[in-house]
Design a protein around this ligand. Structure first.
Ligand code: GLC
Length: 426
């Protein structure tokens, strides 16, 4: 009896609180959000969502998701198919708007035009049939991390071509192993069979002027000499400057090796900068960041465009409160703090002139062009079929890297497979 009374009293107190925070009629809502689980994603999510909850009187629940984007998409697609109301806010990879468009709410009625402050290309990417399906949250581009101290110790320079990278990585690897670190690796990157490998392969192929798998007109372009050269080059790293294990590395595995002081070079996204300079990092203050190398002297620099957005599920029962949280999470204040403390690249153009943001992440300034001219994966051209295209592409790449197929054979087969996926149109 006493317990019942207590619960009743607590309800009453909460109801009074909610009434004062929401005025008459409005109710406190519980919003469930998924925010990622790579690096510091979860910690930041907790911090900023609870700030919003404190300010608004709403409640927030965090929803744990896998760390591979490929697995996250599979999970969300299952939930959407079931019209699940379990998730109000979903994080959306830059390559997904065309894939999950039918399940996201148009945010235009809520934004009051604030999206104009963000990179127009990202806003365009998130706009399908005139609907703004997701607010840009952070952008990403592949960069090259290197050990400044070791490059200097071996009298080398940060490499500007993949060929130079291979030579320098081998010199440093041989030297460090001879000096006693048997686990030392020249180069670590993501070569597991998942979306991250598609990102890396787009970079290699583009850098050798081998195009973008499917061009803007929707034509399948992957079977070409530049692409063959790129995949052969990448395959030559496995077991020489990169451990066999990279064939199973995603972002976090590569970061673990580099941050432990066991690699000279690493391909990763900007989030690794802040963690690499964290108090517990063995390479704190010894990291340089540059553009990824060109494919030979005639090649070009290429970084794949990545990044995440926040969107409201169409099946949410609390669309208005969910949209308010999305706007808070993507606001200049939150993007600024995430940039300074977590090296997440803002999507708000003016933050690239912010002194504190640049002081925390000098490469946001020096590599500004890398971020603004990053190469998109062929997601727009292939629309809802992008996941199939990408998985065919990463599998074909993985076969070459693991020595199961030659680059020529694998790309010929991939071309045929993509024709099947396309049939008459994407
Ligand atoms: C990063 C990028 C994302 C990409 C993923 C691949 O999270 O932001 O766009 O798909 O890496 O692993």
């Amino acid at each position: 009896m006493k317990q019942l009374f207590n619960i009743g009293a607590r309800r009453l107190a909460l109801a009074t609180l909610a009434a004062s925070a929401f005025g008459t009629g409005a109710q406190a809502a519980t919003i469930t959000i998924s925010c990622g689980s790579v690096g510091q994603d979860f910690e930041f999510c907790k911090k900023f969502t609870s700030e919003w909850a404190r300010k608004t009187g709403h409640e927030v629940k965090l929803f744990t998701i896998p760390n591979s984007t490929t697995d996250i998409l599979a999970l969300f697609r299952q939930m959407f198919a079931a019209k699940s109301t379990d998730l109000d806010i979903v994080n959306v990879d830059v390559v997904w708007p065309g894939v999950i468009k039918d399940h996201l709410l148009d945010l235009k009625p809520y934004t009051k035009g604030i999206e104009k402050e963000h990179f127009p290309a990202i806003v365009a990417n998130n706009t399908v049939d005139g609907k703004l399906l997701a607010m840009p949250w952070f952008t990403d581009a592949g960069v090259l991390y290197y050990r400044k101290d070791l490059v200097e110790k071996y009298g080398a320079k940060p490499p500007t071509t993949w060929e130079e990278l291979a030579t320098t990585a081998k010199t440093i690897q041989d030297g460090e192993r001879a000096a006693g670190n048997k686990d030392f690796q020249g180069f670590v990157f993501q070569a597991k069979a998942y979306e991250g490998l598609s990102c890396g392969a787009v970079e290699w192929i583009h850098s050798y002027k081998g195009g973008n798998v499917v061009n803007d007109k929707g034509e399948i372009t992957i079977n070409n000499p530049g692409a063959v050269k790129a995949l052969k080059t990448a395959a030559s790293w496995i077991g020489t400057i990169a451990p066999q294990g990279v064939l199973n590395y995603a972002e976090e595995e590569a970061r673990g090796v580099f941050q432990n002081g066991n690699a000279a070079f690493m391909r990763n996204w900007p989030y690794a900068w802040s963690l690499g300079n964290g108090a517990d990092s063995k390479v704190k203050d010894r990291i340089g960041v540059s553009a990824l190398p060109r494919g030979g002297v005639d090649g070009q620099n290429a970084a794949t465009l990545g990044g995440w957005q926040l969107a409201v599920s169409k099946y949410s029962k609390n669309a208005e409160a969910a949209a308010s949280l999305v706007l808070y999470m993507t606001s200049p204040e939150v993007q600024k703090e995430r940039a300074i403390k977590g090296s997440y690249n803002p999507t708000i153009v003016s933050l690239y002139k912010d002194k504190e943001v640049l002081a925390a992440n000098p490469f946001f300034g020096s590599l500004f062009e890398v971020f603004t001219s990053a190469v998109p994966r062929p997601a727009t051209a292939t629309g809802a079929k992008y996941p199939e295209v990408s998985s065919a592409f990463w599998n074909a790449t993985h076969d070459v890297l693991s020595g199961k197929a030659t680059a020529e054979d694998s790309l010929r087969k991939l071309e045929a497979r993509l024709k099947q996926v396309k049939r008459n149109q994407w």
